[in-house]
Design a protein around this ligand. Structure first.
Ligand code: G3P
Ligand code: MG
Length: 244
């Protein structure tokens, strides 16, 4: 279990506002060895980190991410909705996260949020940035949009991809192979020990999400998963330390 990646979901998102630099820094402090975040494009084509396609839940703005420029989005407060202590947190640009992890061994899981909004050129932009920063071997690109993942593989076979899915997908390791994908980012209830074994035999990694209960973390670790995506990287770090 020593190499299991502890992915902080949107950063340490239960003690900090999700997908902010505060959440990413906190995750690293708490022992995360990976960070999961959601990537979208602004109106003027910049890569920003925010989960929802709209601004209302996690900022003091309204409307769609895609309809605002980077400068407009940078005016918004992305922290106060969570707690007044985080007033002034901003929606990060992807560059800010990559800069934070550059000199660490942190694995970065970039989830392309291109299901509801088919952001033109998102794959090319993300891949160009990852390559420019020399991070190809430390990034896993995931998405619920599997057409997008296939495009990513065509553009950059050396960057790992992970298929996001809920329960009930038949032999996901075989399906993933049709997309040349490297990892299975499965809703955690859909992960059984025999599936993990079959995936491993097929050369596919399992990175289930979003796992917050320590008993469920333990079940998945015992099943042999390669990483876990959690809102509580501190809980997972504690378990991994015990299991060593
Ligand atoms: O990448 C795992 C998880 O983040 C997928 O769902 O909605 O939290 O982005 P969501
Ligand atoms: Mg996500």
């Amino acid at each position: 279990m020593g190499n299991v990646v502890n992915f902080a979901h949107r950063g340490s998102s239960k003690v900090c506002p999700e997908n902010t630099m505060a959440a990413f820094r906190k995750a690293l402090e708490q022992g995360a060895t990976g960070i999961e975040t959601d990537v979208q494009l602004t109106k003027d084509g910049h890569m920003v980190l925010i989960h929802d396609e709209t601004l209302g839940r996690t900022t003091d703005g309204t409307g769609w991410v895609k309809d605002h420029t980077l400068n407009e989005l940078k005016e918004l407060d992305a922290g106060s909705w969570f707690h007044p202590d985080f007033r002034g947190e901003r929606i990060p640009h992807l560059d800010e996260l990559l800069e934070l992890v550059k000199d660490t061994g942190t694995i970065v899981n970039l989830e392309l949020k291109n299901g509801a909004v088919p952001y033109e050129g998102l794959e090319e932009k993300v891949i160009a940035r990852v390559k420019d920063d020399g991070l190809s071997d430390r990034v896993v690109i995931s998405s619920f949009n599997h057409y997008s993942l296939l495009l990513c593989k065509r553009l950059a076979p050396e960057i790992r991809t992970g298929i996001l899915y809920m329960e009930g997908l038949y032999e996901p390791w075989a399906y993933a192979d049709t997309l040349h994908a490297d990892a299975l980012h499965a809703y955690h209830v859909a992960v059984l020990p025999e599936f993990v074994a079959a995936a491993r035999a097929a050369g596919k990694a399992y990175h289930p999400f979003t796992v917050n209960d320590p008993n469920e973390m333990l079940r998945l670790l015992q099943a042999g998963v390669d990483g876990i995506i959690t809102d509580y990287p501190d809980r997972l770090a504690e378990l991994l330390a015990k299991e060593k």
